[in-house]
Design a protein around this ligand. Structure first.
Ligand SMILES: [Zn+2]
Length: 79
């Protein structure tokens, strides 16, 4: 049962919530996901400001998810 464990993948078992929260929203499109990636890459968008703006759109996200993405600690950076 443990044969498929792989240390390289440990820590990347969770999806990137910053992206997933946008993707799983019923009204979001591929364009929204693309925009979200741009906002995440944009230093003008502070984590708290982005969380507040997203909440107004009905997307609940934690600043930790944004920070995690920006510190490249999420699957987005795994090739
Ligand atoms: Zn990410």
């Amino acid at each position: 049962m443990l044969e498929d464990m792989n240390p390289d993948k440990t820590g990347f078992t969770f999806p990137c919530l910053a992206i997933e929260r946008v993707r799983e929203h019923p009204d979001s499109t591929d364009e929204d996901v693309k925009l979200m990636r741009e906002y995440l890459a944009d230093a003008n968008w502070g984590a708290k400001r982005l969380v507040t703006a997203l909440r107004k759109k009905g997307i609940k996200l934690h600043t930790d998810s944004i920070i995690r993405h920006r510190e490249k600690r999420c699957p987005c950076w795994k090739t």
